[in-house]
Design a binder for this molecule. Structure first.
Ligand code: NAG
Ligand code: NAG
Ligand code: NAG
Ligand code: NAG
Ligand code: NAG
Length: 552
C-alpha cells in the first residue's frame, strides 16, 4: 500500500512536471469595478477591468499556463468564463455557476488554466446575472508556437473588432425587467470595441491606421446580448482565415454574419485610395435596424470616408448559404484536433443522438425559456462540486430531459437544474431544433464540435444524407435559424461538467441552458484533474470535509 502511494506520488510529480513546469506562465491581475461610460451620449454604469472597457486582452501562445488573479470590487458576486477555451480535464476553472462558487464582493480568486492547440480568437466574459451586458468582456488571443506554421503570412499588425448590441440601462435594471416578466427589447446601439462613431466624418479616433500595401489581421467576435450582426468594411473585402480555432479555406467575403458568441479571424489589405474607411456592424433578422460604425484610416491621409455605404444582406437564406461556404482547410497544419488530416470525423459511428428543442412559456407571471421542457435554474451549490463531494442527489437530478422530445412549441415548464450525463468518449450527434421565429445561438464549453448541417423544418434521421462529413468547420458556437435545425457531431472526450447555453442573454438568464456531466470511468488523472486545493466551496458544502482526491 505504502509503496503504491509513493509510486503514485512519484507519477503525479512526473505528470505535473511534464504538463506544467515546461510550459511558460502568463500572469494577469484584474481589478473588476464599476465605472461610467457614455458611448451613446448618456452615461451608463459599466463593469471595467483595470479601468478598461472592453477589458484588457489575454495574449498567449498554445500550451501556455494562464494565471488570472481577479479582485471583485463590484457589489455583487462575479465569475469569468473563457469562451471557447477547451480547458482540458479542467472544468474546475470554467467560471460558470454550475462549476465554481462565485467570487464574493471584496475578495479575490486566482484562476489557473492551460490553453492547448486552439490557435485563434476567443473572448472572456462575466457569466452571472446579465453582467455581460455591462462589460467585463475582453479578447483572448491564442498564438501558434513558432514550430507550427499558420497557413498565411504574418500580417503587418492585428486588431480586435469586439462587436455587440448595447443597452443604455444598467445590467441591474435589465435584470429587473426580466425578473418582472419583461423582455430586453430593442438595443440602443451597436458598439465596436466599446464605441461607435456618431457622424460620417472623423468625429472619433480611428480604430487603427493602415500603411498602403500592407495586410492586417482582424479578430472579430460578437460579444453582444442578442443580435446577430453583419460586419462589413468599405472598400475592403475580408479573407477568412480562422473560425473559433479552425483554419478555414480562405474565401473572400464582402461582409460576414456574426452570430452572438461567434468569432472570425480575417485579413484585409490596404490596397485602396488613401482615405478613411468605415467599418459597419448592423443588426440582422430583427424587426429593427441598429448599426455601429468605426473608422480605419490610411497613413498620411486626411480625406474623410465616402458617403456610399455598403448595404447589409437581407434574408437569413443568405446567411445560411454563407455558413455553407465555411470549410475547414484540410491541408493546413495548425489549429486542428489532430494534425495531418488524419481526423476523419465523418467515418465515426454515432453512438447517441440528443435532440434539444428550445421553447418558451409564461410560468407564474414570469417568462421562461426552456430546453426540452426544462428551464434551468442555478443551484446555490455548484453542480460539479456537489457531484465531486458525492452529494449531487441533494442538489439536482441527472437526466430529467429526454433525448427525443416533442419538437413543437411547449407550454409545460419544469423549473430545475438541467443536467444530462454523457458517456466518456462517446461520439454524439446533437440536433438543435428551433421551432421559434427567432435566431438561436448556442455555445458548449469544454469542446469544439463539427457543425455538419443546418436546414429549415424538422430534423429527421434521413437528413443525415445532407451532412458535410468531409470538411465542416469545427467550432464552439452554433446558430439555429427560425423554424430550422442545426446538427453538430463531437466526441465527449473531455471529462468535466460543461455548460451548454444560449448566447442570447435573455434566454440564458431565463433558463435556456443546461449542463452535460462527463465522468472518467476509471477515475483516472489522465482524464480529469482532482478538485484544486484552491477551489472555493459554498452552499451545502461549506461545513463538509474536503473529500480525498477521487482521481488517481
Ligand atoms: C480596484 O478599483 C477600485 C475602484 O476603482 C479601487 O478602489 C481599488 O483600490 C482598486 N484595487 C486594486 C487592487 O487595484
Ligand atoms: C502577444 O503575443 C505575441 C506572441 O507571443 C507577441 O508577439 C506579441 O507581442 C504580444 N502582444 C502583446 C500586446 O503583448
Ligand atoms: C488574492 O491576492 C493575493 C495578492 O495578490 C494573493 O496572494 C492571493 O493568493 C489571492 N487569493 C486568492 C484566493 O486567489
Ligand atoms: C490551406 O492551407 C495550406 C497550407 O498552409 C495553404 O497552402 C492553402 O492555400 C490553404 N488552402 C485554402 C484553399 O485556403
Ligand atoms: C460502424 O457501423 C457499421 C454498421 O453498423 C459497422 O459495419 C462498422 O464496423 C462500424 N464502424 C466502426 C468503426 O465501428
Amino acid at each position: 500500500m505504502a509503496a503504491r502511494a509513493v509510486i503514485s506520488i512519484f507519477m503525479l510529480c512526473l505528470f505535473a512536471s511534464s504538463v506544467i513546469a515546461e510550459d511558460p506562465y502568463v500572469y494577469y491581475t484584474w481589478n473588476a469595478s464599476y465605472g461610467t461610460i457614455s458611448p451613446l451620449g448618456a452615461p451608463k454604469q459599466a463593469i471595467l477591468i483595470n479601468n478598461q472597457f472592453p477589458g484588457p486582452e489575454i495574449n498567449c501562445t498554445s500550451n501556455n499556463n494562464i494565471v488570472v488573479n481577479v479582485f471583485n470590487n463590484l457589489d455583487e458576486p462575479l465569475l469569468f468564463t473563457w469562451h471557447g477555451i477547451q480547458l482540458r480535464k479542467n472544468s474546475w476553472q470554467d467560471g460558470t455557476p454550475g462549476t465554481m462558487c462565485p467570487i464574493q464582493p471584496g475578495t479575490n480568486f486566482t484562476y489557473k488554466f492551460q490553453v492547448k492547440d486552439q490557435i485563434g480568437s476567443y473572448f472572456y466574459y462575466p457569466s452571472l446575472g446579465l453582467q455581460r451586458t455591462a462589460g467585463g468582456v475582453g479578447g483572448l488571443r491564442v498564438f501558434s508556437r513558432l514550430l507550427i506554421p499558420v497557413p498565411y503570412p504574418d500580417p503587418e499588425a492585428e486588431h480586435w473588432f469586439l462587436i455587440g448590441d448595447f443597452y443604455r440601462k444598467s445590467h441591474k435594471a435589465l435584470r429587473e425587467t426580466l425578473d418582472n416578466g419583461g423582455s430586453l427589447g430593442m438595443p440602443d446601439g451597436v458598439l465596436i470595441n466599446g464605441q461607435t462613431s456618431k457622424l460620417f466624418f472623423n468625429d472619433n479616433k480611428p480604430q487603427f491606421t493602415m500603411k498602403p500595401g500592407k495586410t492586417y489581421k482582424l479578430r472579430i467576435c460578437n460579444i453582444g446580448s442578442k443580435d446577430s450582426l453583419n460586419l462589413r468594411i468599405q472598400g475592403h473585402p475580408m479573407t477568412l482565415v480562422e473560425t473559433e480555432g479552425s483554419h478555414t479555406v480562405q474565401n473572400i467575403y464582402e461582409s460576414l454574419d456574426v452570430h452572438v458568441g461567434q468569432c472570425f479571424t480575417v485579413l484585409i489589405t490596404a490596397d485602396q485610395d488613401p482615405r478613411d474607411y468605415l467599418v459597419i456592424a448592423s443588426t440582422r433578422f430583427a424587426p429593427y435596424y441598429v448599426e455601429g460604425k468605426a473608422i480605419i484610416n490610411y497613413e498620411g491621409s486626411k480625406k474623410g470616408a465616402s458617403l456610399f455605404l455598403p448595404f447589409a444582406p437581407i434574408t437569413w437564406f443568405w446567411s445560411r448559404n454563407q455558413f455553407r461556404s465555411f470549410r475547414w482547410n484540410l491541408t493546413a497544419s495548425a489549429a486542428r484536433p489532430n494534425p495531418q488530416g488524419s481526423y476523419h470525423y465523418g467515418q465515426i459511428n454515432i453512438t447517441r443522438t440528443i435532440k434539444l428543442a428550445n421553447s418558451y412559456s409564461m410560468d407564474g407571471g414570469k417568462l421562461r425559456y426552456t430546453i426540452n421542457g426544462v428551464s434551468h435554474v442555478d443551484a446555490e451549490t455548484p453542480l460539479k462540486l456537489a457531484e465531486y463531494y458525492g452529494v449531487g442527489d441533494k442538489v439536482f437530478k441527472y437526466n430529467i430531459i429526454s433525448d427525443n422530445p416533442d419538437d413543437g412549441l411547449m407550454s409545460k415548464v419544469n423549473v430545475a437544474p438541467n443536467v444530462l450525463t454523457a458517456t466518456y468518449r462517446d461520439f454524439i450527434e446533437i440536433i438543435f431544433q428551433n421551432p421559434t421565429m427567432s435566431v438561436q445561438s448556442y455555445n458548449l464549453d469544454g469542446y469544439s464540435f463539427f457543425l455538419v448541417g443546418m436546414e429549415t423544418g424538422k430534423w429527421s434521421p434521413e437528413k443525415r444524407e445532407s451532412y458535410n462529413l468531409l470538411d465542416a468547420v469545427s467550432r464552439h458556437t452554433v446558430q439555429v435559424f427560425p423554424n430550422s435545425w442545426s446538427a453538430v457531431l463531437l466526441t465527449f472526450d473531455n471529462a468535466g461538467m460543461w455548460n451548454l447555453r444560449s448566447e442570447n442573454a435573455e434566454n440564458r438568464y431565463l433558463g435556456q441552458q443546461m449542463y452535460i456531466s462527463v465522468l472518467s470511468p476509471e477515475k483516472s488523472l489522465r482524464d480529469e484533474y482532482n478538485l484544486p486545493l484552491t477551489q472555493q466551496v459554498c452552499g451545502i458544502l461549506k461545513d463538509m470535509p474536503v473529500p480525498e482526491p477521487v482521481y488517481h
